[in-house]
Design a protein around this ligand. Sequence first.
Ligand SMILES: Cc1cc2nc3c(=O)[nH]c(=O)nc-3n(C[C@H](O)[C@H](O)[C@H](O)COP(=O)(O)O)c2cc1C
Length: 383
Amino acid sequence: MSVPPAAQLPPGLRPGQPLTALAPMQDVTDLPFMRVIAHYGAPDYFFTEFFRVHAQSRPEKHILRSITENQTGRPVFAQLIGEHVPDMVRTVKDLLQYPVAGIDLNMGCPAPKIYKKNVGGGLLRDPAKVDELIGHLRDAVPGVFTVKMRIGFDSTENFEHILGLINKHGVNLLSVHGRTVKEMYRSEVHYDSIGIAARTVRCPVLANGNVTSAAKAGAVLAETGAAGVMIGRHAIRNPWIFRQVREYFEGPVSRRAADGTQGESKDVRETAPPQVFQPTLADVREYIDRLYRETHQPGLPEKVHVAKMKKYLNFVGQSVDAGSLFLHDMRRAMTEAELFAVCDRHLLAEPSRHFAPEPYPGVIARPNCETPLQTCSLDTVTA
Ligand SMILES: Cc1cc2nc3c(=O)[nH]c(=O)nc-3n(C[C@H](O)[C@H](O)[C@H](O)COP(=O)(O)O)c2cc1C
């Protein structure tokens, strides 16, 4: 039997402002990356990469580190992916031994390897299973229980039904990536569907998908009436984005309801926002240096470390130059020395030039060729 949503969400950094969260990203949002993001301006909430749950699983040690050794001062939600109720409940109990802000259920991963097992985004095909799973997880989590979902599997047919289940089971926070599983990362984001979620569920909604800048966050919040934004790839590209969103919403904001809403009114900015911090290419060079140092592990071969850096830099490169020249050269670097020589050449020639606040049109962050395509990872995503 599900319980009512008594649990309180942790407060955001600026009470009254929209919430911000770093989206969970497998192979990205580990402890070193959270540290780097917090250095440039932490989000209100962090989410771990997903803990994979199956009969033999135990919470992965490297993901646990992002909870147990996290000194950023911001709450961390532990995300789970799986569908077998006893294994999921066992894992929840394990994870509740650690200082987690809450437990988050993944109902969005679009990788075929995942959804074919009816987990992640695959769950969206089966509302009866969602009802059962969310009900049991709600019972197992005395504190904050959150869900992250897409708007459907191959259509939005089940969307409103599942939103009803979010209410039925007293979920405390819902993150909605405004695409179906089958749309992967390719389509436009359906912010109208996120708006439906914000008007339907009783808990706060985080709008997710292509929130590329503070100004875009403002536009998405105004359109959807969501309580906040969850940002993934564009925080890799621009780690100042959470600071910029806070700056954007600083000062007086007027209250108004989203169009057609039956729910609560939301704080949205209607007056001109204050200037937000604009990083320069020299700032970006420093970010890359910090990322390299933080992601270094003893014994990690240089080639592997460089390949990992290139995955992040695929996103960074979207705002360096309109002609993809940085990306072109960066993708060819094989050693640390080559990589940093490329960075120096492209970022320090005009160090005070601004890093573009939005990605340059047509500059695509495409996967590396170094690694096989597997699950929700940097290798499967283009943007
Ligand atoms: C490399 C990568 C890994 C991801 N891993 C996860 C994950 O572990 N759990 C999850 O719920 N979503 C995962 N996602 C989806 C993101 O959380 C987010 O929903 C998606 O990237 C859209 O947001 P964005 O446009 O701000 O990036 C991943 C996305 C990327 C790019």
